[in-house]
Design a protein around this ligand. Sequence first.
Ligand code: FO1
Length: 333
Amino acid sequence: MRITVLAGGVGGSRFVLGLREELRRREASGALAPGEAEVTVVVNTGDDLWLAGVRLMPDFDTLLYALAGVNDTERGWGRAGDSERVAEELREWGVGWPWFTLGDLDLGTHLARTAWLREGLTPSQVAARLQHRWELGVRLIPATDAEVDLHVEVADPDELDGTRTMHFQEWWTRYRASLPAVAFRQQGLDGAAPAPGVVEAILGADAVLLAPSNPVVSIGTILAIPGIREALDETHAPVVGVSPIIGGAVVRGMADACLPVIGVETDAAAVARHYGRRAGGGLLDGWLVDETDAPAAAALRADGFRAEAVPLWMRDPDTSAALAAAALALTTP
Ligand code: FO1
């Protein structure tokens, strides 16, 4: 069974951890032969950036660290137990962003990645090398090898045309998504292509799952890369998504600051309708909402979606594995 997941950082990593747990349990019970399930995660690259001379890939690293069990679970990013000595020095030198902390162990990853990029490796080749260090049990591929960094246009009355543009990370971490966003733009999309293995993973999958990641900036960026949407339209695999919205509020992150920018309500059914029903030219065969959003599932079913209401909160391995099992169950009618 080949499963391909499209994912952003924190929501993506929790979901993929749950999926790995569920598949391990199926192997342990004999329901799956060892190694029968292959999971490929196509990771959002819109958050990536150059800072202080190193290339950062925050969503990739969040997944890498979480699957390796070395992540900082409190903050949701970076390495557990990291120190910040180099970051303090960088602040003294005025290098990088004072509001954006690169932990010492985390910097080791960025330095290794940047060194390999400078040697001529592509981001996906670097990603493969970084994964060799730990037994992740899944394969992570950045959505593209191109630098498709996400920028946010914000309203600014002091500017001549009333707007200014900044990197998504500045908007997200410095301003905590509080500046009114007017538009999100993936820079460098022209000529960008899916990283090697991405289209193959989608076309060759038995199931494609959309993690409960930000539909605008994370899943939205993956879908914006020319060739990925086309592969999703073409694949014979059912495509099932998990709502990042529970009871009209975001599960985590600040997607509620992003959805209105593209005219989508912060609502589980509205996000499903935004992705669209596959039979109607959209993306989804199935959509999972939280049990508290059961009316949304009923409304979506009335619209022809395959939709179920199940517990979406991923609190621990049991609840995360149960969610992954529900997503897999929805791939078969
Ligand atoms: N998020 C913060 O809120 N503050 C930080 O200082 C910060 C540093 C950081 C360093 C490396 C990294 O990979 C991620 C980091 N993040 C930080 C998380 C990140 O900015 C975002 O939460 C994600 O990109 C959104 O998915």
